[in-house]
Design a protein around this ligand. Structure first.
Ligand code: NAP
Length: 310
């Protein structure tokens, strides 16, 4: 059997995503050794206890021998953790991340001026609303897309490093897509960022309504609202950073969303049943396409019952 893709990797930030990478890399043989660092001493201790890898005393110690360094902290902290560790990285190593926004992370990483380090930002499209090391599990990335955003043209060494990173994610069970960072941010604004904003806003609206009590919201929460609350339970730090770092794309998509919402409001006001029916029929077709593409199951609760038990 061929050896691991990387002899050693470093994980900076050992929460849901960092912990899942560590666990999957060891279980599936994608990395020979995993070294861990986290600014939160309790999280680092817990990650080592669970068996994610060997904890390092400092961020520099964590990255020193790593062939690939994965920054798995909130998007707003990526620049700081990369800056703190870049000087200790060995020549030829890969600097990558898992952040939900790619434009600002790519810019921060590329400003670090280590020509002998391969900067290849990434984003696994997999996750749950949970946080912390205990939320991590090895099968998180199976069958999920991982987007990597390499530079369009690079040296043969850079191309080889990109192929190795792609092979790492494939070994974890992901399907890999290469994409420009700006395009990633626009696509994710549509498929992830705005839906989260809507969920946060829907839950806030329900709790702000004076006409219905909080008890009624909880007691009668039907499938629609319940699914919104699951999404709106996502980590506040992570999502604050997503919106602060993907402002342009989010505002562009939000503008389109507001136009479409206005059209629906008008249809309701004008009792335009045909407009409502057509819009809902089109939405149902898109849902069917997502299920057919294997991106979700037809189960209720967005098919997430399996994840929630973890
Ligand atoms: P998480 O479970 O909260 O883990 C992040 C860890 O990083 C925490 O232990 C945190 O400590 C630590 N940390 C924060 N700032 C740090 C710093 N400056 N230096 C060192 N450690 C620091 O978060 P996550 O859900 O794994 O998300 C991590 C990244 O993955 C984010 O960039 C997010 O956008 C991306 N992502 C998330 C999902 C998802 O569904 N959650 C999916 C795909 C990608 P504290 O708890 O003390 O802050």
């Amino acid at each position: 059997m061929a050896g691991p893709v990387f002899k050693q990797i470093a994980i900076i930030g050992v929460g849901l995503i960092g912990g899942s990478i560590a666990r999957a890399a060891l279980e599936k043989g994608a990395a020979g050794e995993v070294v861990l660092f986290d600014g939160n001493a309790d999280a680092l201790r817990r990650a080592a206890e669970i068996g994610f890898g060997r904890p390092a005393a400092t961020i520099e110690d964590a990255v020193r021998e790593a062939e690939a360094v994965f920054h798995c902290v909130p998007v707003g902290a990526m620049g700081a953790t990369a800056r703190a560790s870049i000087g200790a990285m060995k020549a030829g190593a890969i600097l990558t991340d898992v952040g939900s926004v790619k434009g600002t992370v790519a810019r921060d990483f590329r400003s670090l001026e280590r020509a002998d380090i391969h900067v290849i930002p990434g984003h696994p499209i997999a996750g749950t609303e949970k946080s912390g090391p205990d939320a991590g599990f090895a099968s998180l990335f199976e069958g999920r897309w991982c987007i990597i955003t390499p530079e369009p043209a690079g040296s043969p060494d850079y191309v080889a490093a990109t192929d190795r990173l792609a092979a790492f994610w494939t070994t974890l069970g992901s399907k890999v897509e290469r994409m420009d960072a700006q395009r990633h941010d626009l696509v994710l604004a549509v498929t992830s960022h705005i839906p989260h904003l809507i969920a946060y806003n829907m839950v806030a609206t329900a709790y702000d309504m004076e006409a219905i009590t909080e008890g009624e919201v909880v007691k009668f929460s039907a499938a629609g609202f319940r699914d919104f609350t699951r999404i709106a339970a996502s980590d506040p730090t992570m999502w604050r950073d997503v919106f602060l770092n993907n402002r342009e794309a989010v505002l562009e998509v939000l503008g389109r969303f507001e136009d479409d919402l206005t059209a629906l409001r008008k249809a309701i006001r004008n009792a335009d049943g045909q407009k409502l029916f057509n819009t809902f029929t089109e939405s149902r077709r898109i849902r069917r396409e997502i299920i057919d593409a294997g991106q979700d199951t037809a189960a209720v609760n967005f098919g997430r019952d399996k994840d929630e038990k973890k």
